[in-house]
Design a protein around this ligand. Structure first.
Ligand code: HEM
Length: 246
């Protein structure tokens, strides 16, 4: 996790924010509907709180107890344990919804090979073509779905001890749970980076649900073509984000 943060700081210092090269068009295109955004933020909120409370279970005694003392640490840890256990339910629901909601756009295809070969546009100056989700996002999707399934299954084995497990089984579950969870957190730190300060115009996709047409053309050119074929170019171009004064 710390390694990922160091890497991202170096990457940001070298590369800076990925800008919309052609500038903003002032025309928006819908990227995620309200339900998709609700599911994303529900899952993300649970994930962040479970990550913090989970890290407390693993590292709290060493890192936090000496700083805040035994009384505060035991009250906080008790509350943190409840948060960690109860938020597992909406988190698991969120992962299941993400699985079904976005699986259509996340099946690997030939376009992904070119995207990966061209380093997602980081190498060279031009952006490789991509449909709604590029190869990097597909990796994030599958890490969320498979990593989410792994932490959920092993977590429930630990939450309900001896239901189908022995001590040895629970020890294995604990190792898998802890290892997958910290790797998962490291990946999601990178995801949050690219969705905020890493790329101009990305956050609004999950914030307001729309992106600038030029952003979409630069990062998801094939998706824009699909949308234009589906709704007609007029529909997409019809809603300038800034209306000129009369
Ligand atoms: C907490 C900070 C987070 C931020 C700022 C953030 C931001 C974003 C943004 C802006 C997108 C849309 C990208 C696009 O339009 O192409 C996105 C997509 C997505 N997010 Fe997040 N996200 C966060 C956390 C999470 C977490 C914790 C999860 C799951 C555990 C998650 C799962 C996903 C998935 C599966 C997608 C679709 C694939 C992709 O675009 O990579 N996100 N996120």
């Amino acid at each position: 996790m710390l390694g990922m943060i160091v890497l991202l700081v170096i990457f940001f210092l070298v590369r800076g924010m990925v800008r919309i090269k052609s500038g903003r068009s002032g025309v928006n295109i819908v990227r995620f509907n309200a339900f998709e955004r609700f599911v994303h933020w529900m899952t993300a909120t649970c994930f962040v709180l479970q990550a913090l409370t989970g890290l407390n279970i693993t590292f709290g005694k060493v890192a936090l107890l000496p700083l805040i003392g035994p009384n505060a640490f035991s009250s906080w840890s008790l509350a943190a344990k409840y948060v960690h256990n109860y938020l597992s339910f909406p988190f698991t629901l969120g992962v299941i919804l993400i699985l079904f909601m976005w699986i259509g756009g996340n099946i690997p295809n030939r376009v992904d090979v070119e995207w990966l070969e061209r380093g997602g546009g980081i190498i060279g100056d031009s952006e490789p073509p991509a449909y709604r989700f590029n190869a990097g996002q597909k990796m994030i999707y599958w890490i969320v779905v498979l990593g989410g399934a792994a932490v959920a299954i092993t977590g429930y084995l630990l939450m309900f001890p001896f239901y189908g497990t022995t001590i040895a089984g629970m020890q294995l579950a604990q190792m898998v749970h802890g290892t997958v969870a910290v790797l998962f957190v490291a990946v999601m730190i990178a995801h949050a980076y690219i969705g905020t300060i890493g790329m101009e115009g990305a956050f609004e996709a999950m914030g307001e649900g729309t992106v600038d047409l030029n952003w979409a053309k630069e990062h998801h050119s094939l998706w824009v073509q699909e949308e234009q074929a589906r709704t007609g170019p007029k529909q997409i171009q019809g809603q300038p984000s800034a209306t000129p004064a009369e």
